[in-house]
Design a binder for this molecule. Structure first.
Ligand SMILES: [Zn+2]
Length: 362
């Protein structure tokens, strides 16, 4: 049986894989409970019976109830999800690249990337003007488009493909925290230490989250959202695929996302929709489970406008960070060795953390 695993094939954990979600949004337990009162007669127009509400009245009541639930619920319904890559501009005339179109609770939205800053935004489609021009042609000299080309070019390493450190002279390091599927306790102490670094300013952290972890940890996601809202964390949400399949008995070339029969696009896009349903904007970055990929996977990722993110400082594997490093640790409880190494570095303020988008461009 296929099982989920942390990126490290030597680690011990392993939660059973759950099936793919049948439908967004999140589980009913995410919804607040409401007490249902009988509609009062005074709220009903002529022609409706007080004693036995008509089907039309019932329809009206449940429509209003559904609207009320949607307005206070935590998850939006994401539908009509499409992959695009179009040049666009916002109201201020800033260049953007729209990479997904979808509806959120019926409202047309776009997921857009600032091609210079590599920051991403979930915006109502009405706030962006699509130019009609190909982003590849119009924005080919921007850091985003350059990175898409650079990190989808040969060589195609089986492990650690893509960007593994800053491409510029960054005066700091980039902390990436993987949340592969796990039933072990979340490493809250890691995030608390990161928050304490900021002294009032949000601490930048890239969180590479899998869909299986995301849907099974609502309290932890609520904590991360709250810390972000309070200005203590600035999270770049990195896609780590939905299921993060792993089989310790299988060779890497046929493991993780290279497992025969894997629906690569669904693994990427289903996770994005889960993030968007929770009000979290996916970044243009992707971390391959196990850091394992091949040429076809890397080229498909480019079609999806995502940049693969590896690491040159996987702490639990004995790699030490230096300026520009992409530090890799696991925040899902599966690799305490990495956390044990990182915490003293954070607490002694040896590390200056930078936001992952700042690793790109000049
Ligand atoms: Zn992983």
């Amino acid at each position: 049986m296929k099982r989920c695993a942390p990126c490290s094939s030597s680690a011990a954990m392993h939660a059973e894989l759950s099936g793919r979600p049948a439908r967004l949004p999140a589980a009913p337990s995410d919804r607040p409970s409401l007490s249902l009162a009988e509609p009062s007669a005074t709220s009903v127009g002529p022609g409706f019976s007080r004693a036995a509400p008509s089907p039309l009245l019932s329809l009206l009541f449940f429509t209003l109830l559904a609207l009320a639930l949607a307005s206070v619920g935590q998850a939006a319904e994401i539908a009509d999800y499409r992959v695009i890559r179009q040049a666009a501009s916002d109201a201020a005339g800033r260049q953007m690249v729209a990479i997904r179109s979808f509806t959120a609770d019926g409202v047309p939205h776009l997921l857009a990337v600032d091609p210079v800053a590599l920051t991403s935004y979930d915006l109502p489609a009405s706030q962006l003007k699509l130019s009609g021009a190909s982003a590849d042609a119009a924005l080919s000299s921007t850091p985003y488009l350059k990175a898409l080309t650079r990190y989808s070019s040969p060589p195609y390493r089986l492990q650690n493909a893509g960007a593994i450190r800053a491409e510029n002279a960054a005066d700091g390091v980039f902390l990436t925290v993987d949340l592969c599927p796990s039933k072990r306790p979340f490493e809250r102490g890691l995030f608390e230490a990161a928050c304490a670094l900021g002294h009032g300013a949000p601490t930048p952290v890239a969180v590479a989250v899998s869909g299986v972890w995301l849907v099974s940890h609502p309290d932890e996601i609520a904590y991360l959202k709250a810390e972000s809202a309070a200005g203590r964390l600035a999270i770049t949400w990195v896609n780590h695929s939905y299921h993060h399949v792993y089989d310790p008995k299988v060779a890497l070339a046929q493991n993780f996302l290279l497992t025969p029969g894997t629906d690569f696009s669904a693994e990427v896009l289903d996770l994005e929709r889960q993030l968007l349903a929770r009000g979290l904007a996916p970044s243009p970055f992707f971390r391959f489970p196990g850091l394992v990929s091949d040429q076809a996977a890397v080229l498909r990722l480019r079609e999806l406008s995502l940049i693969p993110i590896g690491s040159d400082a996987w702490l639990a594997k004995g790699e030490s960070p230096r300026k520009g490093s992409f530090i890799l640790v696991h925040g899902n409880g599966n690799e305490p060795k990495g956390i044990k190494l990182l915490l003293p570095m954070l607490k002694s303020k040896q590390l200056r953390l930078l936001p992952l988008p700042a690793a790109f461009g000049d």
